[in-house]
Design a protein around this ligand. Structure first.
Ligand code: ATP
Ligand code: MG
Length: 359
């Protein structure tokens, strides 16, 4: 029986990269589970991971609003299905996440964390921001380095077997698997019958990489589309109006070559748009490119793309606007989600403490 966990940070309204790379897969998993017989149905946990958002500077009032909005997004996507759908919850309302992260910190080599591309690119960004090559040490917080350990804790806490994520998370998932193995070896616990060593508390989670490629920034096709990137024009938010969608796609960076071709190496901007097109239309990138070979191809492709994206987001937008106004309902779902998640989390922590000797 599968247990599936995934999370999203409340660092702003999600964009189409989050949608194609993660959220659409969560929706499919919920639909799939609804078809399964109750006794073998997948357990699904989808979390708004507020503790992760604290690794970048946050304004409290803004964070509070973003957390609530992200929760409303997950409800608007239909993930919290009354017919035994996923447990939707705030990670920061389940204190066992931080507790398990501490246990995992004690077995995680620091140099392993320093090799993470997410950490290295953060360092590079800070270096670029400073004219001299020196970085102010106070900008390098422990939380930023330890972030992947908290992510491992999020996953392992539910004895997760499968983690649906986008391609940018593959390295973090590798760390989560290794951490589970290291911890299981270090603290095997006792067998249930009390005779000899156990096998450790954690299940080794498999990554379920999305079939969609990584979606790139509309301003710089060499970077990924990112919630925390400063420029709103670099991304299409799930809540963007039709006119925003048209304007952003129209001004997306491509190149000065006429006509559309599929050539990700030399034409990354065009390729990035084709990937979004394919994500929302289901058509192959090559065949989309062939339809827009003519001299005005780029402009025509951009117009069609805006239509396709707009219609892909239309029903979500209405649902989100409706749900986010229903404060009482949102609070009730938040409480219920935290309660259900916490039940599972406490059971795992009990085993962890017994294995370690802190019980
Ligand atoms: P931030 O910039 O704050 O890190 P983010 O856009 O990277 O925000 P996350 O909350 O970190 O979003 O990630 C949520 C999920 O979205 C993850 O599964 C991640 O793999 C996926 N994801 C994020 N960006 C992209 C992208 N550009 N293309 C495809 N999937 C993505
Ligand atoms: Mg991210």
């Amino acid at each position: 029986r599968r247990t599936i966990f995934s999370g999203i940070q409340p660092t702003g309204v999600p964009h189409i990269g989050n949608h194609l790379g993660a959220l659409s897969q969560w929706q499919s998993l919920v639909k799939e589970a609804a078809q399964q017989p109750a006794e073998s149905r997948d357990s699904l946990f989808f979390s708004v991971v507020g503790l992760h958002a604290l690794t970048v500077p946050q304004d409290p009032a803004r964070l509070r609003a973003e957390r609530r909005d992200m929760f409303a997004v997950l409800l608007a996507l239909g993930l919290d299905d009354a017919k035994g759908g996923a447990v939707i919850f705030h990670q920061d309302q389940v204190p066992e996440h931080a507790e398990l992260a501490w246990y995992l910190n004690t077995v995680t080599p620091v140099n392993r964390l320093m090799r993470m591309t997410s950490w290295k690119s953060k360092l590079a960004t800070l270096r670029n921001a400073n004219s001299e090559d020196e970085i102010d040490d106070s900008m390098l917080q422990l939380g930023l380095l330890a972030y992947p350990v908290l992510q491992a804790a999020d996953i392992l806490l539910y004895k997760t077997s499968h983690v649906p994520v986008g391609h940018d998370q593959a390295q973090h998932l590798e760390l989560a698997r290794d951490t589970a193995q290291i911890f299981n070896r270090a603290y095997p616990g006792r067998r249930k019958d009390g005779k000899g060593k156990g096998k450790g508390v954690f299940r080794i989670p498999d990554v379920m990489l999305t079939t969609h490629p990584r979606i790139q920034s509309l301003r710089n096709p060499l970077e990924k589309m990112s919630k925390s990137a400063p420029h709103p024009s670099s991304k299409i938010f799930l809540t963007d109006s039709p006119s925003d969608i048209h304007a952003k796609i129209k001004s997306a960076v491509t190149d000065s070559i006429q006509g559309v071709t599929w050539d990700p190496e030399t034409r990354p901007g065009v390729a990035a748009l084709l990937q979004i097109f394919s994500g929302y239309s289901g058509e192959e990138v090559q065949s989309i490119a062939r339809r827009f070979e003519g001299t005005r191809g780029i402009m025509e492709m951009k117009e069609s793309l805006a239509e396709v994206v707009e219609s892909g987001l239309r029903s979500f937008r209405g649902e989100f606007e409706r749900i986010r106004k229903e404060t009482g309902y949102l609070e009730e779902r938040e409480r219920e989600g935290a309660r259900r998640a916490r039940e599972a989390a406490q059971a795992t922590m009990k085993e962890v403490r017994a294995a370690v000797g802190t019980d």
